[in-house]
Ligand binder design. Sequence first.
Ligand code: PEP
Ligand code: MG
Length: 587
Amino acid sequence: MIQEPISTEETWLQGIPVSPGIALGKIKIQISGSKEPVAYDISPEEVDAELVRFHRALQTTADQIRTLRERMIQISGEKDASIFDAHILLLQDKIILQQVQTELLKRLQNVEHIFYVVMQNYMEVLRRVDDPYLRAKTADMEDVMQRVINNLRSTEPPEDEEETEKDQVLVAYDLTPSDTAAMDASLIHGFATEIGSSVSHTAILARSMGIPAVVGLDQALLRVESHSPAILDGYKGVLILKPTKETEEYYHRLQVEKEKAYKRDLPTITRDGRNIRLSVNVEFPHEYSGIKEVGAEGVGLFRTEFFLLSNPSGMPDEEEQTRYYRKLAEGCSPHGVIFRTLDSGGDKLPCEQLRTPEPNPFLGWRGIRVSLSRPELFKQQLRAILRACADTPGCGIMFPMVSGYTEVVTAKHILQECREELERKNIPYARDLKVGIMIEVPSAAIMTDVLAREVDFFSIGTNDLTQYTIAVDRVNNRVANMFRPTHPAVIRIMDMTITAGERENIPTAICGEMAGDITLLPLLIGLGATSMSVGVHLVPIIRYAIRNLDYGQCRDMAQKALQAPNSRAIVDLSTALARKSYPALFE
Ligand code: PEP
Ligand code: MG
């Protein structure tokens, strides 16, 4: 590959923000990743000595991991430290250890090489699975493998003898969880990696440790220069190389301002005193580790179908579900979690293999329709949620893809049966569990005046509501330019829903992607939504935006938007108020 000359001008690289904050410093490149150890032959007599060397390295590695675990407990408590329990278990994995021994005897090569080959085979299998959560586990295996190999090589000189520079912005192809846990935040102010995801353990640890981080910066290592100045914006997901004096000054100011404004203990309240609940959308249970860090008010949408990712044959049994849900509810306490019952089918995974494919899955067997036609499965999940929230007040349940009244009363009836079953068996359950529905199908939205009398809250899923209102597939690139949550019909349907809720005194939340868009926030607040549920990394920015809005101005603007003929006019109205209210977010 021909390497591009490194630019001498300010360059912005866009990635995925996974841990908020701003870091100013000098680039430090970390070249790591698994380097294949040199292979050399050994005699049969040397096998025992190799095995002794291997077991000593395993022991040293276990000690190092325990030290890292202790460090994490001090930084962020038991829950994140448990990542390292999994690492220790890997070191004790009997199958791996047995295979190393067998291969050593068979191949008669040095043990670091044998161990590397055995681990690569395992990782290869994991890399091929579709599930991002399982794929992320390869990073853990890689981490443990590298540590053991380094300990086997401990006679070699350490690689990095450079003097430690202060104020570093670390750039790497990838970082292992233990690289992250071992970071000294007083030296490393932020990090960027070429690969990675927001669900990786590295990202979770970065959030817990308060280190700004950006991942997915394609080919970053080819563009950066060691020791040159850089700025990492963990809110927007950018790495700025060789920033100009103006950019640097701007980020210095922003850092001070944001530290003040993004304070997690500030209430999410508009300038004229309207309270907005700010919670997060969660797909994987371990994501809750970031919730407290950013000061969110619990989980507004927990997508329970995440189970199907690791287990395509169906949902786990009631006990396993109860354990997971309880862990999440306890982790978020005193704020509640809104558990969405299984939403399978359409763009999501099926909960069982269908004998004949559906001609139109988006209009087929999905969401609450699946649950109502599998009452035993549905009841398992409902009982699990009721049990899991027994000691954590403020939790709720909501049904997805509701299209009308009968579905709601049937689902509520089944929920009541579950309560009675638990009562009869003397099993503790949440007596105050709120029951809500997602408004994402136009027929339900049109019926909200009736539905509002049946439930405790509405939550608008703007992704599906847009898809079904304007008949535009949410995952089809050919029509992506037509997918507009600000289509006047979508806005009117949202207004209808919120107004129907207000008449019956029930709140309406927004939990689709639209809630995290700072240009559209004035519109949503002006329409009367009382709660926003957004991706965890967006919480600080949305809190800042809410605190700079005036509800009265938002209401007046929303009334105008409701008369607008097209999406463009609505976006313009809302964006103008957003820019006026929080110009710093648009600079
Ligand atoms: C939505 O449809 O807007 C929503 C929040 O749910 P999902 O994206 O999981 O369908
Ligand atoms: Mg949806």
